[in-house]
Design a protein. Structure first.
Length: 346
């Protein structure tokens, strides 16, 4: 006959995944996960059931690995939850859709405090709540005790609301390139944290908790956007994806970018001055702000929150990106940026 597992007070250092067990962790996490408005059957069964009036579902997944996408000494558990949700919600918005639910996969070492996982769940729930979305299911598994840390995989489901999805492949010569959201803030915050500082708080918070303009995605679709993507890896890199998929050249206007991202003078210039970095390097190559980049017909009226930052020009497939007519590589070199954005496995 096995002995009953001893009761461990919540918040005690011994209140770990190993002590609480899989179903204890699940119950504590779900208690903080909120309710999805689209859920007909929520967590608890083998699968959730969501209502899909549009009869189409937008699906996207992002994986966050401790030590690469977040550090527990830099970010709180709630920060990690917000960041994990934001990466997915921005992808859904970039299709012109609204997020309805999340599914989360978690791998963590057995000594992970359940209080930390509850914090992640709270961050996920708080980021999703304004849209009526919530975590509706997922899975938890034990990682090896000597593993690098926590791995969090988040899948978001979205509703197009009767709209046609806005793809990366629809940009046409003559279109206006426009931006919604901010660029460079997360990269500036990362630069600050890497040097052991935690201020200015504005950019550090931007790295810990991105604030994508979710509503701007559906608004762009309604306004006739021809192509759209979120800026997760860097403006030049992600504009390059859009240009290649559309078979066009995207020419960014540096003055328009400076006006949109660096005026009035603020934290980016402050950090740049302190670190000896041209803040345009972060604007052109910094990722994880999850701004939205889209193209619109030349005569379209841009929705609120969207600002023009360039033009679509004819180009052969793979023509890529220019800044003020010159190759993006030259513009990046001029501001001291090594590359146009994050390169996985690079």
């Amino acid at each position: 006959m096995s002995r009953p597992r001893p009761l461990v007070p919540r918040g005690d250092p011994a209140d770990s995944v190993r002590v609480v067990g899989e179903f204890g962790v699940i119950s504590r996490v779900l208690a903080r996960s909120g309710t999805a408005a689209a859920a007909e059957v929520g967590p608890g069964d083998d699968a959730a059931v969501l209502r899909a009036p549009d009869q189409r579902v937008v699906v996207t997944t992002d994986v966050l690995v401790e030590g690469r996408h977040f550090r527990r000494d830099w970010s709180s558990a709630e920060d990690v939850g917000h960041k994990a949700a934001a990466a997915n919600l921005a992808d859904v918005a970039a299709m012109g859709a609204t997020t309805t639910a999340l599914v989360v996969g978690l791998a963590c070492p057995p000594d992970t405090p359940t209080s930390w996982l509850e914090g992640v769940a709270t961050g996920l729930a708080d980021e999703c709540a304004p849209m009526g979305a919530a975590v509706v299911g997922g899975d938890t598994v034990a990682a090896a005790a000597d593993s690098a840390g926590v791995v969090l995989s988040v899948t978001a489901l979205g509703d197009l609301g009767g709209r046609a999805p806005v793809l990366r492949s629809g940009a046409r010569p003559g279109d206006v390139v426009a931006l919604a959201g901010r660029l460079g803030w997360s990269a500036a915050g990362l630069a600050v944290l890497r040097r052991g500082f935690a201020s200015p708080l504005a950019v550090v918070t931007a790295h810990r908790r991105p604030t994508p303009p979710y509503a701007a995605g559906p608004a762009a679709a309604d306004a006739g956007a021809t192509a759209m993507c979120d800026v997760s890896d860097g403006l030049v890199a992600d504009a390059g994806h859009l240009a290649r998929d559309s078979g066009v050249l995207i020419d960014l206007d540096r003055a328009a970018l400076e006006q949109a991202c660096l005026e009035p003078v603020g934290p980016l210039q402050q950090v740049g001055s302190a670190l000896g970095v041209d803040p345009m390097a972060w604007v052109l190559s910094g990722g994880e702000d999850h701004a939205l980049l889209a193209t619109f017909p030349r005569k379209a009226i841009l929705p609120e929150g969207w600002v023009p930052i360039g033009t679509v020009r004819p180009g052969k497939r793979g023509a890529g990106v220019r800044v003020n007519g010159e190759a993006a590589e030259e513009a990046l070199r001029a501001v001291g940026a090594e590359r146009g954005g994050h390169v996985h496995f690079g």
